[in-house]
Write a protein that binds this ligand. Structure first.
Ligand code: SF4
Length: 405
C-alpha cells in the first residue's frame, strides 16, 4: 500500500542504502514529499530521487522509467553499467541495436492490431451492434477501460471517447445533450461497473433522467486485470460474496428498462436487444447486461479439471468448431464484421487446411498438395470451392468432435 506511508518501514528500508529511486506516476509528487519528510525527521541521510530523474507528468512508459533508472545508476553505481550493452530505448539515436535474428518472418506471421482473445465472448457483442446500427443509424459510443476497449480497433472501430475505468456511462451522459442529433451508447465492463460505474454512471443517469443506453459487458471476472472475482461473478468464492446480478443492482437504483442477454454468441438475440433498446419508446436510462464467461478464464478453470479426468482415465469431450457450409457464402464477413482471425490470408488458409489434413494422417507432402489444390479451386471457382473447403473442414472437425484423451 502506497498511502498512508508507514514511517518505520520506510526508515528501515532506506537507512542501509546510499540512494533510493522512487517511481511515482502522476503529479504532484505527494509520496516523494512525504518520504523526504519521514527520512529527514529521522536524520536518515539516504539520497532520495524521484521526479528529478523521471518525467514530472504523463504516463510512465517502460522507456521513460528505463531512462530514469539509467540516470540513477549512472549517479550512484556507474561501475555496474555496461555502456556498450544498454537497452535500445536509452541508446543515442543512430546507434543501431544488436541485431536479433527473426525467428518468424512476416511471410509467416503478418501484422495485425491487438484484439480480443480467440473465442472471446465480447467480440459478438460488437458484431451485433454493427449489424443493429445498419438499421438504427450510427451512435456516439462512450467506451471504458477493460477488454471491451479492443472494440475501438479494427475491424469494429466502435468507440469515440474513453474517459476512465467505470466512466463509460458518465462520459455518455455528457454527450447526450439536447442539441445532439446522435443517440449515445455507453460501454463498461463488470469490473468498471462495480468499481464506480453503478453510482457515477447509472445512478447519475437515473438522477438526470439521461436517455442513454449502457451496455455492461459481464464476463464474470475482472478479466483484463487477471480474472479476479467481482460481486456479480458466478464463481463460488469462500472468502467473498458473489452472484449478485447486475440487472438487479441497476433496477434497485431506479433503471426501468434493463435486459440480460445470457449468451452473447447468439448474435441475432444481441442485435434484436440493441434494436429494441435504441428504437423503443421508453425514455430514460436503459441497461443491457451482455453476459458470457471470459474464454481465457473458462479455459483456466476447465483445463485442470479436464487434465484430472484424463489422468483418472475418464472420458472427456472437447468442443471443436468448424465452418458451417450451409451458412458460409465465402464472402469473408466473419473477418470483416467479426474480426475472426482464422482465415486471414490465402497462405494462412493453405497452412490451415494442410494442418487439418495432416491431423487426418494424410502424409505431409500429400497434405501440402491437397491443400494447394483446394485453394486453387478456390481461386478458380470461389463460391463452389469455398463450399467444398468448408464442407471438408467441417467433416474433419465433426469427426474429431468427441474424443477420448
Ligand atoms: S481475457 Fe477474456 S474477456 Fe478479455 S479478451 Fe480475453 S477472452 Fe475476452
Amino acid at each position: 500500500m502506497t498511502y498512508p506511508i508507514v514511517d518505520d518501514e520506510v526508515i528501515e528500508f532506506a537507512k542501509s542504502k546510499k540512494a533510493v529511486l522512487l517511481v511515482e506516476e502522476g503529479q504532484p509528487d505527494y509520496i516523494e514529499q512525504n518520504i523526504h519528510a519521514v527520512l529527514r525527521r529521522a536524520d536518515v541521510p539516504t539520497k532520495l530521487h524521484g521526479k528529478d530523474l523521471l518525467p514530472k507528468a504523463g504516463e510512465y512508459t517502460p522507456a521513460s522509467v528505463t531512462k530514469g533508472i539509467l540516470e540513477f545508476v549512472r549517479k550512484h553505481g556507474a561501475h555496474l553499467l555496461n555502456e556498450g550493452n544498454l537497452p535500445v530505448v536509452v541508446r543515442p539515436s543512430g546507434d543501431k541495436p544488436n541485431s536479433i535474428p527473426a525467428i518468424i518472418g512476416p511471410d509467416k506471421v503478418h501484422g495485425r492490431p491487438p484484439s480480443f482473445c480467440t473465442g472471446c465472448p465480447e467480440r459478438p457483442i460488437f458484431t451485433a451492434l454493427k449489424l443493429a446500427e445498419r438499421e438504427t443509424g450510427k451512435h456516439h459510443v462512450s467506451a471504458d477501460i477493460g477488454c471491451h476497449l479492443f472494440s475501438i480497433l479494427p475491424p469494429f472501430n466502435i468507440g469515440a471517447t474513453t474517459m476512465g475505468y467505470g466512466l463509460g456511462s458518465a462520459g455518455a451522459s455528457a454527450f447526450k445533450s439536447a442539441d445532439t442529433d446522435r443517440g449515445v451508447i455507453a460501454f463498461m465492463g463488470d469490473g468498471g461497473f462495480w468499481h464506480n460505474g453503478l453510482t457515477s454512471g447509472i445512478g447519475n443517469a437515473v438522477f438526470n433522467e439521461s436517455d442513454v443506453l449502457t451496455v455492461v459487458v459481464d464476463n464474470a471476472y475482472s478479466a483484463a486485470t487477471g480474472g479476479q472475482d467481482v460481486l456479480s461473478s458466478r464463481a463460488d468464492n469462500v472468502l467473498r460474496s458473489t452472484k449478485h446480478p447486475i440487472e438487479e443492482a441497476v433496477r434497485g437504483i431506479g433503471v426501468k428498462w434493463a435486459k440480460t442477454v445470457t449468451n452473447t454468441f447468439k448474435v441475432s438475440e444481441m442485435r434484436e436487444t440493441f434494436k429494441e433498446a435504441l428504437t423503443g419508446k421508453v425514455k430514460g436510462p436503459k441497461v443491457i447486461v451482455a453476459q458470457s464467461e471470459c474464454t481465457l478464464n473458462r479455459m483456466r478453470r476447465e483445463k485442470p479439471e479436464m487434465t484430472k479426468k484424463i489422468k483418472e482415465g475418464k472420458r472427456v469431450v472437447r468442443e471443436r468448431f468448424g465452418v458451417d457450409p450451409d451458412t458460409c457464402t465465402g464472402d469473408h464477413s466473419c473477418i470483416r464484421i467479426n474480426g475472426c482471425r482464422h482465415f486471414p490470408s490465402h497462405q494462412t488458409q493453405i497452412r490451415c487446411v494442410k494442418i487439418q489434413l495432416q491431423q487426418c494422417l494424410i502424409p505431409a507432402w500429400d497434405a501440402d498438395f491437397v491443400a494447394k489444390l483446394l485453394m486453387l479451386l478456390c481461386s478458380a471457382h470461389r463460391f463452389i470451392a469455398q463450399k467444398l473447403l468448408a464442407t471438408h473442414l467441417y467433416g474433419i472437425r465433426q469427426s474429431r468432435l468427441c474424443e477420448m484423451q
